[in-house]
Write a protein that binds this ligand. Structure first.
Ligand SMILES: CC(C)(COP(=O)(O)OP(=O)(O)OC[C@H]1O[C@@H](n2cnc3c(N)ncnc32)[C@H](O)[C@@H]1OP(=O)(O)O)[C@@H](O)C(=O)NCCC(=O)NCCS
Length: 151
């Protein structure tokens, strides 16, 4: 069965936290995830309908919008579901939602070491726009943030 898209709600926090902690080396806290439902944010998620009516969260994104700009703040796919095109589907869904809302200046930041996410963003039309040196903490110290923009 093909996965279903829908916006996230506060009722999804438990499922989000599970995927968040499994997918990210540096996951957002539950309270940061919970803050993603304010007025300036929008979200999308992919769910698999399981037998018995249960839903399994496969991945999601969280973005903000201000005037004609949006920043993609978080995107992740459950590790056991990665590499099957779901991240690309989520990105395409995000880009469609931006188009529908007239958001034309799209931003994101990604760790310099996160080359698989960078490959996804580049293939979706983002280009590198700058760097914040030593912006992120990692296991061995600090690493740069790459700022990417899509017009
Ligand atoms: C980044 C992420 C969302 C991609 O999701 P995914 O479902 O694995 O990605 P897809 O299968 O749709 O692949 C999309 C593209 O990503 C890139 N990609 C994915 N996995 C890759 C890998 N292991 N190595 C290199 N590129 C990779 C490729 O460009 C790929 O396109 P292609 O299949 O045409 O080559 C997922 O890896 C993830 O959740 N990572 C952890 C969280 C994270 O780093 N989020 C981004 C920063 S906030």
């Amino acid at each position: 069965m093909s996965p279903l898209f829908r916006p996230l709600s506060t009722a999804d926090l438990d499922a989000m936290q599970l995927v968040e902690q499994a997918a990210h080396a540096h996951p957002w806290s539950r309270s940061l995830l919970a803050d993603s439902f304010g007025e300036r944010y929008f979200t999308g998620s992919l769910w698999l309908q399981e037998q018995g009516g249960q839903e399994l969260l496969l991945g999601y994104f969280i973005a903000d919008r201000i005037l004609d700009e949006s920043t993609l703040m978080n995107i992740c796919v459950s590790p056991d579901q990665q590499g099957q095109g779901l991240g690309r589907q989520l990105m395409e869904h995000y880009l469609c939602l931006c188009k529908d809302q007239g958001l034309t200046q799209l931003w994101l930041e990604v760790r310099a070491s996160n080359t698989s996410a960078q490959a996804l963003y580049l293939s979706c039309g983002y280009t590198e726009n700058g760097r914040r040196r030593h912006y992120y903490q990692n296991a061995s110290g600090l690493e740069d943030a790459i700022l990417m923009k899509k017009y």
